[in-house]
Write a protein that binds this ligand. Structure first.
Ligand code: NDP
Length: 252
């Protein structure tokens, strides 16, 4: 019964990701440069990021702890990957956002809070209970090794690209500037590309359907937003580099 419920929740997750993907091409999540009135009262962005991301860090670790699959170097590796991302996103990134007037409507962290709880539960329950565990030999499986490599590559790109933007934000707290250098030469949103790579790597390393669902969700969320950011840059900066694409260098 528990497995049946899990399977239906997973199917629902894939279905919702498809709905979100299509919807987000017509409507931008109302935070950052796309913020607009009508989405509830606003709260400091720092608080929003903490509230929406912390549950994923805490719940995943708790389910690792109580899960009945053997705790070995593979499951500990999964824990390290997940927490490397979420401890940064929930507890460090919010402190690095320029303080000032940065606000988001409360509906954004509420929706993300629900997603993060569900996503952490689906992934951790599978990895640390339903899967029955992973043999130590999985560490040498090409899927694991390539997945981990892709994850850390994405992680590095995401951290670097966010750092560039936060530095620009600090130099001019109330306006946007055109970012230059590194991957910004080719695309508008290397932070989103990095994030998508991270969870593609996760899907590969865990070789699991909830891992795949998370990668699909991340793409569904961030590809339309990358397109919106790209159009916004083009509309707001006459000098915006013509050859720059939105998300995939040389392609789109
Ligand atoms: P953005 O790129 O829109 O903004 C990141 C930060 O940089 C914000 O503080 C923003 O300020 C500032 N900024 C952005 N562009 C400029 C610019 N041109 N000049 C000056 N400052 C700028 O990213 P998000 O806020 O959407 O996302 C932040 C992180 O969270 C990213 O790493 C992203 O990958 C991740 N994320 C992951 C999701 C997922 O589904 N897994 C979903 C959403 C985000 P301001 O707030 O004023 O715009």
């Amino acid at each position: 019964m528990e497995t049946l419920i899990y399977i239906w929740l997973l199917r629902l997750s894939f279905l919702l990701a498809a709905v979100v993907f299509v919807t987000l091409f017509f409507f931008n999540a109302p935070y950052g440069r796309h913020r607009r009135p009508g989405w509830g009262f606003v709260i400091p962005s720092r608080v929003g990021w903490l509230v929406m991301e912390a549950p994923a860090a805490v719940l995943f670790a708790a389910l690792f702890w109580v899960g009945d699959a053997p705790k070995n170097s593979v499951t500990i590796s999964f824990l390290i990957l997940w927490e490397a991302h979420y401890i940064h996103r929930a507890f460090i990134y919010p402190l690095r956002i320029a303080d000032g007037e940065n606000r988001m409507p409360v509906s954004v962290p509420i929706m993300a809070f629900v997603f993060n709880l569900g996503n952490a539960a689906l992934n951790a329950h599978y990895l640390f209970s339903l899967s029955g565990g992973y043999a130590e030999s999985w560490l040498l499986d090409p899927r694991f090794m390539l997945g981990v490599l892709v994850f850390w590559t994405g992680y590095g790109i995401n951290r670097w690209a966010d750092r560039v933007l936060l530095r620009l934000r600090r130099t001019r707290p109330t306006s946007y500037q055109v970012p230059y250098g590194g991957l910004y030469r080719w695309i508008s949103c290397p932070n989103y590309l990095g994030e998508i790579l991270e969870w593609m790597g996760w899907a590969l390393a865990t070789w699991s359907l909830p891992g795949l669902a998370f990668a699909v969700w991340t793409f569904a969320n961030l590809a339309p937003r990358a397109r919106a950011h790209h159009r916004w840059y083009r509309g707001n900066f006459a000098e915006y580099p013509n050859e720059r694409k939105a998300l995939i260098p040389g392609v789109w």
